[in-house]
Design a protein around this ligand. Sequence first.
Ligand code: SAM
Ligand code: SF4
Length: 473
Amino acid sequence: MLESLNNKVHDEARQGEPYSPQAVGKKEFRKKFYIESYGCQMNFSDSEIVASILNDNGFGATGNYAEADLVLLNTCSIREKAEQTVRNRLHLFRQVKESRPGMLIGVLGCMAERLKGKLLEEEKLVDMVVGPDAYRTLPGLIEEAEGGQKSVNVLLSRDETYADISPVRLDSNGVAAFVSIMRGCNNMCAFCVVPFTRGRERSRDADSIVRECRELFHNGYREVTLLGQNVDSYYWMDEAADQAVTFARLLEKVALIDPMLRVRFSTSHPKDITDEVLETMARYENICKYIHLPVQSGSTRILQLMNRTYTREWYQAKIDRILAVMPDCGLSTDVITGFCTETEEDHRDTLSLMEYARYDMSYMFFYSERPGTLASRRYADDVPEEVKKRRLDEVVKLQNRLSLEKNKEDVGKTFKVLIEGDSKKSAADWRGRNSQNKVVVFPKEGQAFRKGDYVKVKIEDCTGATLIGRVVE
Ligand code: SAM
Ligand code: SF4
């Protein structure tokens, strides 16, 4: 698979996943909505906020679009392919709507923001277009659309964080949850559409984050992943205490909820991750020793064109520092091949940087020009598609080798593993993760463990994607 490997933050296997609630409580709903989510974890989390708003307004979720009164697609614009997938889905829903004219179709998220009213013209049967900062206005927009009027709200906000809305969990396993800590992005990476579709960066009230994490813990969750496009620039002023809350401080506050609650975060920008964050991670056992540190390219020249604001050497020094503070820290990255003007030498720089960092895992993409971005305005998309794909193939092959090598080094070690559920292959095995975010599979062997328990597992074997072991205590 060339586009990317399976991962937690942008999980290919979850693209288009319909929202299917666990228990919806005793509420009576007058209508049904169906929602599909695409793109990064932020979008999946947003769908949980949308579900909460809709529940409060009389809409209950269904996993079957054919019976829905309202069909929503929460979309992604990061690459052209993501948008194409959504367009194909809209064509399908158009057919359903022909036999059920009362059904409303809405496009939410980044594609709504990027294309705005154009979506109504291009995709004739779309009734609503709602940007990522406008979800509170959904009830009004639905009413307008029910009255036969096409409705659009794509206003971006400088302060919307949905801090007070309790997301209705799109419940995958009841053990690990994602918590949004900020929205938008102020970086202007030349290839990236996010600053245009999700607006200015803003941090969510720290107290509301801690409250949400505490509630999750009390509801049985044992892991939270704090989410933002650039978590290290989290900053919130606690007026009552007259104290600034930095990301390091926030991590600590969440870690202090309970030692049994694991804390992860994503995504870090290499330019912003501080020693204070690394030292906080090292200080608390329950802050997972794993950092996703997107590099994008190993060539300083390309990094400059990408506006990443660091050099190859600076990035290498950051890796050195992380491993000096936490020698056992897991590392992963994002790589783009075939960015504008990329030469074979630049590409080799990427491969050699990957060898230097020895990532446990990578999310790998070939460059896809996005309208409106700095790169699309300034540079020609001049690397032929077959070259982009060949380079991506080389990057993927190298990562597969590194992942296997890194996993082999873990054979013989013992890890504390949080059980997330049955292994995908066999109900006779448990599946969990260690602190470094590696998937660990081990036989149940009649022991009385449950999802959400911590166990010590000794690794006996591995593949490139999984550690295989046995419980030792
Ligand atoms: N904010 C995070 C960061 O800076 O790493 C993640 C942003 S984005 C949702 C996830 C990844 O998509 C990026 O790190 C980048 O590798 C990839 N990406 C973004 N724009 C792209 C483009 N135009 N073509 C190919 N890949 C892209
Ligand atoms: Fe996009 Fe860069 Fe912001 Fe990440 S940090 S969302 S890649 S602009």
